[in-house]
Design a protein around this ligand. Structure first.
Ligand SMILES: Cc1cc2nc3c(=O)[nH]c(=O)nc-3n(C[C@H](O)[C@H](O)[C@H](O)COP(=O)(O)OP(=O)(O)OC[C@H]3O[C@@H](n4cnc5c(N)ncnc54)[C@H](O)[C@@H]3O)c2cc1C
Length: 412
């Protein structure tokens, strides 16, 4: 019996690590349909441009070797909360005392024709990345289109470009990387991508993947056609909760949890991309499909499964530290908000851009592009939701030390 964990991503790994750190000595079984099970998912684009090998992106922690967990390969298709069992598509049934659902997310697809053509890919798993690499090696591909200019789409497009392909990045919204950067930040990054040889088309809806003999021949937009032999779809993700239907575990978009990451079924916990939880800056619960969230929620869930009482911090809508187009970008909170009760302080010098968004007396958004030194202090201030009163201008002008920033309420 013991603990069963659905998934083998970073939320699952962080949870097993926390269980053992909190002296849980019982059996832990991870069930996963991922192969190989433990790797650094955000590094998948580096397999495409060849800057890393498969071995180089494996996680340094292995729950089986390091923490004595058992690994079961298979796909979970149902959970029976009354019987406390997990049902696999093979027909096998696993009993649990406590269950952790860390099943992550899967790519979501636009409703367009042609997605079944040979040469259409997504990038979520190691298998996806290796499949795309092998296709590029086997076939005579010189042009690619990436649909969706979020973080995954942009990083995939950059990797394909570095591999020598002509790449067009197509985004439905008027700017790339929304809501991680605002319009100004997006223009700076887009210009960098264009200098690297990428074509960026915004405000364009993909209408159909064009095919010839069952293979990708291009992408049709309302404004015209882009020839390509490969299409990568990067139009967002949705939490993997389908197998919980009818189980009694309450879900909306993701699995609803309390601050201890317990679901509506007390012996079932959830962590990672699959969780829907209170937003720090929103009235409604949100999902937070981020590596940092998966690590943090895995730790909380694992600690509590082991008998602890750890609370989960509320989710931020954006929390990103990445290098995009060769520029460091740090973003947190409601970065793209303007007007309607938001006060914005921004400064731009060439490619260096800094923006702070205040809602009333508290910091609600932080965006640093290019020069990112000191950004962490502002992110901490935002996370603490500390009231800064009349200090906003000094904070925006960087006239306060760290101690003053975190120590003063500004109300005096
Ligand atoms: C290309 C790429 C780049 C990214 N870049 C960034 C970044 O720069 N910054 C950032 O914060 N985040 C980034 N992310 C997102 C980040 O990787 C995820 O938020 C994180 O990996 C989520 O971890 P998780 O453990 O919750 O879920 P996952 O890593 O998705 O793991 C879920 C696991 O559950 C398994 N599973 C699912 N359903 C079942 C089932 N029914 N039966 C058995 N097993 C199942 C899956 O196979 C998988 O192993 C990126 C993601 C990708 C794909």
């Amino acid at each position: 019996m013991g603990v069963v964990v659905i998934g083998s991503g970073i939320a699952a790994v962080a949870a097993v690590q926390a269980m053992r750190a909190n002296r849980y000595e019982g059996e832990v079984t991870l069930v996963t349909n991922d192969e190989p099970p433990f790797y650094y998912r955000p590094m998948l684009p580096s397999l495409i441009d060849g800057s890393k090998t498969m071995e180089e992106i494996l996680l340094t922690v292995d729950p089986v070797a390091d923490f004595g967990a058992e690994l079961v390969k298979g796909t979970v298709q149902g959970v029976n909360c009354a019987a406390k069992t997990v049902i696999l598509s093979s027909g096998d049934v696993l009993g649990y005392e406590k269950l952790l659902v860390a099943s992550g997310s899967s790519p979501s697809f636009p409703q367009i024709k042609g997605l079944d053509a040979e040469g259409v890919f997504t990038l979520r798993t190691m298998k996806d990345a290796l499949g795309l690499c092998s296709y590029l090696q086997r076939t005579d591909v010189s042009k690619a289109v990436v649909i969706g200019a979020g973080l995954v789409g942009v990083r995939t497009a950059e990797a394909l470009r570095r591999r020598g392909l002509a790449v067009t990045l197509v985004e439905r919204l008027p700017t790339i990387l929304y809501p991680v950067v605002d319009q100004v930040g997006a223009a700076i990054v887009a210009s960098r991508l264009q200098k690297a040889g990428l074509e960026v088309i915004v405000g364009a809806r993909a209408e159909q993947v064009l095919c010839s003999d069952g293979k990708v021949a291009g992408l049709r937009l309302a404004s015209g056609e882009i020839p390509a032999e490969v299409v990568v779809v990067a139009t967002g993700v949705r939490p993997n909760v389908g197998f919980l239907e009818g189980s009694g575990v309450d879900c909306r978009r993701g699995i609803l949890v309390n601050p201890y990451l317990q679901t509506s079924q007390p012996d079932i916990y959830a962590a990672g991309d699959v969780v829907e939880y209170l937003g720090l800056l929103e009235d409604e619960p949100i999902v937070s499909p981020l590596w940092t969230t998966a690590v943090a929620t895995g730790k909380v869930a694992g600690t509590n499964i082991a008998g602890g009482k750890m609370r989960c911090e509320e989710f931020l809508p954006v929390m990103s530290a990445a290098e995009i187009g060769g520029l460091p970008v740090i973003a947190a909170g409601l970065v793209a908000m303007e007007g309607n009760g938001y006060e914005v302080f921004e400064r731009r010098e060439g490619e260096n851009y800094r923006k702070l968004v205040f809602k009333g007396d508290t910091l609600a958004g932080v965006l640093f592009v290019g020069e990112v030194e000191g950004a962490g202090v502002y992110v901490s201030l935002l996370k603490a939701q500390k009231r800064v009163g009349g200090l906003k201008r000094q904070i925006a002008a960087r006239r306060l030390t760290y101690a003053q920033l975190v120590g003063s309420s500004g109300d005096d």
